[in-house]
Design a protein around this ligand. Structure first.
Ligand SMILES: [Fe+2]
Ligand SMILES: [Fe+2]
Length: 144
């Protein structure tokens, strides 16, 4: 069963982005539980909820970064579009298997999308947010 605990590594320091990231973690854990319980109806509901939360998140994060003047926003938008495309393909696959009463077969791929956003891409703007006064409260590793 897939389960992620919200790690301090996921924190960006921006309250709205961090709240969104927590909701996404809850969404994927909830989906995973439904798969484990073989509750297919709930699985479909939670699958939809996951896709909605990730799509909503990308847009909100981009607006926040745009408002703050993040200089590498175009590259970040591009990364989001790639993840979104991947998510849409998976959504299509999930809709196909619903008919057959199968649980979501792509939970690991969905988890990859979450980890790519949180760890691979969002770390790109952490120091920018810190400079803008949104601190995670963590000491930089070189100071330890
Ligand atoms: Fe994000
Ligand atoms: Fe992002």
């Amino acid at each position: 069963m897939v389960r992620i605990d919200f790690s301090k590594l996921f924190l960006t320091g921006h309250p709205e982005i961090d709240a969104d990231h927590r909701l996404i973690v809850d969404a994927i854990n909830g989906l995973s539980r439904a798969i484990q319980d073989k509750d297919y109806e709930l699985c479909c509901e939670r699958c939809d909820h996951f896709f909605e939360s990730i799509e909503g998140h990308f847009g909100r994060e981009e607006s926040i970064l745009e408002e703050l003047g993040f200089p590498r926003l175009d590259g970040h938008r591009e990364s989001h579009r790639n993840l979104q495309e991947k998510a849409l393909t998976l959504k299509g696959c999930c809709l196909e298997v619903r008919e057959k009463n199968n649980p979501c077969p792509h939970i690991d791929d969905l988890l990859d999308i979450v980890i790519a956003d949180f760890i691979k891409y969002d770390t790109e703007f952490k120091s920018f947010l810190d400079w803008k006064g949104f601190s995670t409260g963590e000491l930089p590793s070189f100071a330890l």
